[in-house]
Design a protein around this ligand. Structure first.
Ligand code: URA
Length: 203
């Protein structure tokens, strides 16, 4: 019977088994302040996997990936790119919400490299079980997890990479970055994200 994180992730025979390991994971300390782990969502036979950074406040509360403001941008961009979210599997590089208190608010905190590394077993487990043809890295944390620190998002967005995990990897920005650009530049930033995501259909 597998009991270490890497054994469970490597041996799980279904997403259900994998997710059962994820919700119990104590591989780093993020679980202590999170409401729950947020597992990936989508069809077990999806040909495309989208990988974000980590759950945000609303994802932490609902237990579902990309349901907050960044998820709304992602949904709109996918729709405009002609990709049905129901056809893709959506997950994160890190499964627990990393945050720090600011007054009464829980402010997003970029996960430390050690936390990303601790969660990689789960992401690789998802890739092994789903066998997507393409993985889309949404932003720097996902890129660092799967392609390493040398690959910079802005210099490589819209490009495909080969990966040691099997599927091709497409790099683009994180949807939340669109919300941070000045309002006058937002439409163009959104269109650039749509253009990158439309490359999913090149497959
Ligand atoms: N940002 C992410 O990277 N993932 C989510 O699930 C939500 C926001």
């Amino acid at each position: 019977m597998a009991d270490s994180k890497s054994e469970i992730a490597a041996d799980a025979r279904s997403l259900k088994e994998l997710d059962a390991g994820i919700v119990r994971c104590r591989g780093c300390r993020l679980w202590e302040r999170a409401t729950q782990a947020v597992c990936g969502e989508g069809g077990a036979r999806a040909t495309v996997m989208l990988v974000g950074e980590q759950p945000g406040d609303q994802e932490d509360l609902t237990g579902k990936p990309f349901v907050g403001p960044a998820g709304k941008v992602l949904d709109e961009a996918l729709e405009k790119a002609g990709v049905d979210r129901k056809d893709v599997y959506v997950t994160n590089a890190v499964k627990h919400f990393s945050w720090e208190p600011r007054g009464k608010r829980r402010m997003h905190k970029t996960p430390a490299q050690q936390e990303v590394a601790a969660c990689l077993d789960w992401l690789l487990g998802e890739i092994r079980l789903i066998t997507p043809r393409l993985i889309v890295c949404l932003g720097g944390t996902a890129v660092r997890a799967l392609l390493g620190p040398k690959v910079k998002v802005l210099a490589n967005r819209g490009k495909f990479f080969d990966s040691e995990w099997g599927p091709k990897i497409l790099v683009t920005v994180h949807p939340s970055s669109i919300l941070r650009v000045p309002p006058e530049d937002r439409a163009q930033a959104f269109e650039s994200l749509v253009k990158d995501l439309a490359r999913i259909r090149d497959l």
